[in-house]
Design a protein around this ligand. Structure first.
Ligand code: A3P
Length: 293
C-alpha cells in the first residue's frame, strides 16, 4: 500500500514546467547569470536519455577508470559528485565549488547559463530516440515520487505528446539545444551510439574533455560503465537514494538499457501519430535516430 510522499504538481514557469518541491522558480531563473569557468562541464539531457550513464563515464574519466575512488566519494549516488544544477540549493553550492565543477541538467536551453553560448565551459548533450524516451519515462514516473504515477501507458503517451511533463516537450528541448550547438563547446552524443560502440564514444568524450588515459585505464572506464556492471554498482544505480524520493520497489534506474523497447509498448496508431509529429517537428533538424537494432 504505497502512498506518494511528495507533492508532485508541475509548476508552470515561463512556458516551462518545474516540479514543485524539487525546483524553485526564482533559483532556476538565476542559473542563467551564473559565471562559468572554462573547466566547467555540463551534461545536458532530456530525462531518460542516458543522464546517469554519462555521469558515470565522466566521473570515471576524471578518476582514470578507478571505480573504488568514485564509490568512496559518493555516499548515496553519483549525483553527490555530479548534481543537477536546477535542483533546490544546488546553484548556491556550484558558485564556490572547486574546479572542475561537473553538473548535469535537464533544463531547456533558455534557462542555462548564457556564458555557455560564449564558448565558456563545456557541454555534453546526450540525445536518445524519443520513442524509447517515452517508454523509459513512463516507467520512471512509477519509480520517482516527485512525479505523478500515470494511469497507464496511453495516459502517459498523451501527456508526453502534449509536453505536459517536467521541463518542456522533447521536441522543444532537442531543437533548442541542437540548433545552438555551434555557439557552445558542445559534444553531441546519442544514446544509440553509446549502445553500439561504447568504447569509441568514451574516447570521443576523453578527447573532448582533454583527458589522457592509458589503454588500460580507458578499458576500465568502459568496463565500469556497461549496463550490467552499472546495475551492480549501488551509487550508479541510485539504490541508496532515500525511499521518499525513489520507490525502489517500483523499479530501477537501470531498467532495460536497450534500443527499441517502444515496440513492446506503442500501438500502431500511437506509432503513426508519433511519426507524423516527429517528421513535422524535426523537418529542419538534421538528426538521424536509430529506432531499432
Ligand atoms: P531504460 O528505462 O530504457 O532501461 P536517465 O539516466 O537519463 O534517467 O536514463 C535512464 C535510462 O538509461 C534507462 O533506460 C537506463 O536503463 C539507461 N541506462 C543507464 N545506464 C545505462 C548503460 N550503462 N547502458 C545502457 N543503458 C543505460
Amino acid at each position: 500500500n504505497y502512498v506518494k510522499t511528495h507533492d508532485h504538481d508541475l509548476v508552470p514557469h515561463k512556458g516551462f514546467k518545474l516540479i514543485n518541491g524539487t525546483h524553485d522558480p526564482d533559483d532556476v531563473d538565476q542559473i542563467y547569470n551564473l559565471e562559468i569557468r572554462d573547466s566547467d562541464v555540463f551534461v545536458v539531457t532530456y530525462p531518460k536519455s542516458g543522464t546517469i550513464w554519462m555521469q558515470q563515464i565522466v566521473l570515471l574519466l576524471e578518476a582514470k577508470g578507478d571505480l573504488t575512488a568514485i564509490s568512496k566519494l559518493s555516499k548515496n549516488s553519483n549525483a553527490d559528485l555530479i548534481p543537477w544544477i536546477e535542483v533546490n540549493g544546488n546553484r548556491e553550492t556550484f558558485i564556490n565549488a572547486p574546479s572542475p565543477r561537473m553538473r548535469v541538467s535537464h533544463l531547456p536551453f533558455q534557462f542555462m547559463p548564457s556564458a555557455l553560448s560564449q564558448k565558456k565551459g563545456k557541454v555534453i548533450y546526450v540525445a536518445r530516440n524519443p520513442k524509447d524516451v517515452i517508454v523509459s519515462y513512463f516507467y520512471f514516473h512509477k519509480l520517482a515520487n516527485m512525479l505523478e504515477t500515470p494511469k497507464d501507458f496511453d495516459d502517459f503517451f498523451e501527456k508526453f505528446m502534449r509536453g505536459n511533463v517536467f521541463g518542456c516537450s522533447w521536441f522543444e528541448h532537442i531543437k533548442m539545444w541542437h540548433s545552438h550547438q555551434d555557439d557552445m563547446n558542445m559534444l553531441f552524443i546519442t544514446y544509440e551510439e553509446m549502445i553500439q560502440d561504447l568504447h569509441s564514444v568514451v574516447e570521443r568524450i576523453a578527447l573532448f574533455l582533454g583527458k589522457e588515459l592509458t589503454d588500460e585505464q580507458m578499458a576500465n572506464v568502459v568496463k565500469h560503465s556497461t549496463f550490467n556492471n552499472m546495475k551492480k554498482i549501488p551509487q550508479a544505480n541510485y539504490e541508496q537514494v532515500p525511499g521518499e524520493l525513489l520507490s525502489h520497489h517500483q523499479g530501477r534506474f537501470m531498467r532495460k538499457g536497450t534500443i527499441g523497447d517502444w515496440k513492446n509498448h506503442f500501438t500502431v496508431a500511437q506509432n503513426e501519430m508519433f511519426d507524423e509529429v516527429f517528421h513535422r517537428e524535426m523537418a529542419d533538424i538534421p538528426l538521424v535516430f536509430i529506432w531499432d537494432i
